[in-house]
Design a protein around this ligand. Structure first.
Ligand SMILES: NC(=O)c1ccc[n+]([C@@H]2O[C@H](COP(=O)([O-])OP(=O)(O)OC[C@H]3O[C@@H](n4cnc5c(N)ncnc54)[C@H](OP(=O)(O)O)[C@@H]3O)[C@@H](O)[C@H]2O)c1
Length: 227
């Protein structure tokens, strides 16, 4: 997919992770729709992001309406709401690329890896949606902490996994447009690594009293990562 300006709907975009990604994509020039269960709740996020970026690229609406208008849908809701949210949008998601950022955290032990029975919660979502929706796993290891600091160089690679090669390229493009480096991590089953690793990063944050530990793939230049 070319780096043209896209319409991106972020379901759960009122939260920390979704609004942070929204800020970076809107600053890059994409049209971003903040999807919420409550359009009026979305409006305060919209106002803050348009003020932050100095552009008017962000709009807010109820998630179903936003998904209908989007080229790309990004899911940033808690694990406990992942399946029910996607079930409710299943027909609207047909024909779209869905980038799932969900981490299967089970409070209160969020610094312990607790994978669901299916192993990967994103693979389970691809099974739920079927072939009509191309599901990609990405951004699980990127802390929301500095996303809204638009010029801050976040030290974290984005592992991108999908069974669809073009969908992987879409997420790689969005990683780049957010000022991050996407790394092709292969098939969707490999998502389980990124989903698990976030609990390890939370552990490291707590242990060393830092806000935003990240991951880097070594031995791969930025030029090679683009290939
Ligand atoms: N925060 C981070 O640093 C970070 C980093 C990497 C990955 N993640 C992952 O990204 C996802 C979002 O994280 P977050 O910190 O942004 O979460 P969050 O603030 O707790 O929630 C995000 C949004 O999800 C919606 N939501 C909350 N509970 C819901 C429910 N029961 N049913 C349906 N929608 C619900 C809400 O939007 P509305 O009320 O507007 O509908 C909320 O604003 C999680 O899976 C998280 O593990 C987070």
């Amino acid at each position: 997919m070319s780096s043209d300006k896209k319409t991106i709907c972020i379901v759960g975009g009122t939260g920390a992770e979704g609004s942070g990604l929204a800020a970076r994509w809107a600053a890059h020039g994409h049209r971003v729709i903040i999807g919420s269960r409550d359009a009026s709740k979305a409006q305060s996020t919209v106002d803050a992001l348009n003020a932050l970026t100095g552009k008017n690229n962000v709009e807010g609406m109820e998630s179903r309406a936003g998904v209908a208008q989007a080229d790309i849908v990004v899911l940033t809701v808690p694990f406990s709401a992942q399946r029910s949210t996607v079930e409710g949008l299943k027909d609207a998601l047909a024909g779209k690329v869905l980038i799932d950022v969900t981490v299967p955290l089970v409070p209160p032990k969020v610094s312990t890896v607790q994978l669901p029975e299916s192993d990967s919660c994103v693979v389970a979502i691809q099974k739920l949606l079927g072939e009509q929706t191309k599901v990609v796993s990405a951004f699980q290891n990127v802390s929301a902490h500095k996303l809204k600091d638009l010029n801050y160089q976040i030290e974290c690679d984005v592992l991108v996994a999908s069974d669809d090669v073009e969908a992987r390229q879409v997420a790689m493009m969005l990683a780049r447009d957010a000022g991050l480096r996407g790394v092709d991590a292969g098939v969707l089953a490999n998502s389980v690594v990124a989903e698990s690793f976030t609990s390890v990063l939370i552990w490291i944050n707590r242990k060393y009293k830092i806000p935003d530990a990240g991951i880097r793939i070594t031995g791969l230049s930025s030029e090679e990562a683009k290939a």
